[in-house]
Ligand binder design. Structure first.
Ligand code: MLC
Ligand code: AMP
Length: 436
């Protein structure tokens, strides 16, 4: 409601994460140069710990919703900035991705069209509201279509199954880790509950279940099909572009593939020199995207914005092949981008924070393949001094400084980080330190 109000008033909405510690909230509020912070009373105490610049005004959600407008709502031009979503990249600190009203309309309408959103749809929102999966794919599409969007404060497998079993939902969208957690809960449940839970997935009422934000392992897709009767629709997107590729609503969904470009989105693959990969060849290339869905700029970072585009195409940093007309994601070109539980995390950002720990002289952060989380964040460190450093102690320290999903889950102390002849840390060798 607040986001809608900001948009109607011609303002820029910057969603904050309720899971973030004060340090991360403060970074986003300062970097975005926010004028007003709107806080729900439940988070008033958390916000007290955030050091806000004196110019920032804080209002409660009750005040924002309860105050009559002082002036008529302005007309808002389509090209006006509407939202800044913070995303991790290869440059350390998160960058603000600015989208205009026109971008958001394009992102929403491409999905409303492709997935045939209707006013009588009913979707359960279990995703965080500081990323596009939750904001655009679920909430904004539902609002656009006039559908019902029911929200849970936090993902909880039993609660989600309970809502599915009630037989009211028509749509469900989540990241692969969430489907994994739902499968685990189903497998642990008594036969009667399993039957009720599976029955809640039955079409035609439940008409579509979508997975994205990270690669969906084919085995998980198959297990979900056995449990729910649904072939998950996998799609591919990114904060900067909304969704770009999707398997079809009707027709064959190929396991391990993310489908074809959505309506109005241009997608191609290029080699390292930026030359388009020849159509019909199964040569890998970097995905580049163009069209009305593509963001305007990184907030106050013109160089980063310029570097993100080549000849008008946005460079995603994801590598894919086209096989028989459909795209298959192979991975990312940077080892420093980690996807954990569907969240993108910059290894460099975590390293920068860890280097401020008194017992850490140098460190290297990597994503280690993990069946539950996709990747798990692990840190190899060269210690400073003789003091012991346990994983638990490092986590407790990091919790004050980093979002929960950026906190290392594995720690190795090494006398010297593996480096190549040029002295650069070799991340693949670092990852090997965490091999089971
Ligand atoms: C939490 N835990 C982790 C972890 N996160 N362990 C390893 N790696 C991680 N990333 C641990 C906690 O420490 C805790 O351990 C236990 O798991 C439960 O923690 P939690 O915080 O309660 O986790 P939970 O709420 O269950 O979170 C899991 C999740 C969440 C999958 C619901 O990660 C999530 O909402 N992910 C979605 C992110 C998302 O929306 N991404 C979209 C980005 S947009 P213990 O030992 O204390 O029990 C995008 C574009 C696109 O990507 O294409 O969509
Ligand atoms: P974010 O920057 O948080 O929006 O995350 C976007 C990134 O998530 C993309 O660049 C991909 O690396 C990854 N991603 C999204 N959807 C998929 C998918 N279906 N398969 C593999 N990776 C995906």
């Amino acid at each position: 409601m607040i986001q809608w109000g900001v948009w109607r008033a011609g303002g820029v909405a910057v969603p904050l994460a309720v899971s973030h510690p004060p340090a991360e909230l403060e970074y986003v509020i300062r970097d975005a140069e926010a004028e007003t912070v709107v806080v729900h009373p439940d988070f008033a105490a958390a916000m007290q710990a955030v050091h806000l610049p004196p110019t920032v005004r804080t209002v409660t959600t009750d005040q924002a919703v309860g105050t009559a407008p002082r002036s008529p709502l302005p007309g808002v031009a389509a090209g006006r900035r509407a939202m800044i979503v913070y995303t991790s990249g290869t440059t350390g600190k998160p960058k603000g991705v600015v989208t205009t009203h026109a971008n958001i309309v394009a992102q929403v309408t491409s999905l409303v069209t492709a997935w045939e959103w209707r006013a009588d749809d009913w979707v359960l929102l279990v995703l965080p509201l500081h990323h596009v999966h939750g904001i655009i794919n679920v909430l904004s599409c539902a609002l656009w279509a006039g559908a019902r969007c029911e929200m849970l404060a936090k993902f909880d497998a039993e609660q989600v199954w309970g809502r599915i079993a009630a037989g009211e939902l028509t749509l469900f969208m989540a990241v692969p880790t969430i489907y994994g957690k739902l499968i685990t809960a189903w497998e642990a449940a008594a036969p009667e509950r399993r039957r009720a839970w599976s029955a809640g997935c039955a079409p035609p009422r439940m008409r579509l279940m979508v997975s994205g934000s990270a690669a969906l392992p084919v085995q998980r897709l198959e297990r979900w099909r056995e449990i729910s009767g649904h072939v998950l629709l996998e799609r591919y997107g990114m904060t900067e572009i909304g969704m770009a590729l999707s398997n079809p609503l009707h027709g064959e969904r190929r396991p391990g593939f993310v489908g074809t470009p959505l309506l109005g989105v241009d997608v191609h693959l290029v080699d390292e020199a930026g030359r388009p990969v020849v159509r019909g060849e199964t040569t890998p290339g970097e995905i580049e995207v163009r069209g009305a869905t593509v963001f305007l700029e990184y907030w106050r970072r013109p160089e980063a914005t310029a570097a993100a585009f080549r000849d008008g195409w946005f460079r995603t940093g994801d590598v894919a092949v086209v096989d028989d007309g459909a795209y298959r994601i192979l991975g990312r070109s940077s080892v420093d981008i980690i996807k954990t539980g569907g969240y993108k995390v910059s290894a460099l950002e975590v390293e920068e924070v860890l280097r401020t720990h008194p017992a850490i002289a140098e460190c290297a952060v990597v994503g280690v393949e993990d069946p539950e989380w996709g990747e798990r964040i692990c840190a190899a460190v060269e210690r400073r001094g003789e003091a012991d450093l346990t994983l638990a102690a490092l986590q407790a320290w990091a919790k004050e400084r980093l979002a929960p999903y950026k906190i290392p889950r594995g720690l190795r102390s090494v006398p010297a980080l593996p480096r190549n002849a040029l002295g650069k840390v070799t991340k693949r060798e670092v990852a090997a330190l965490f091999a089971p």
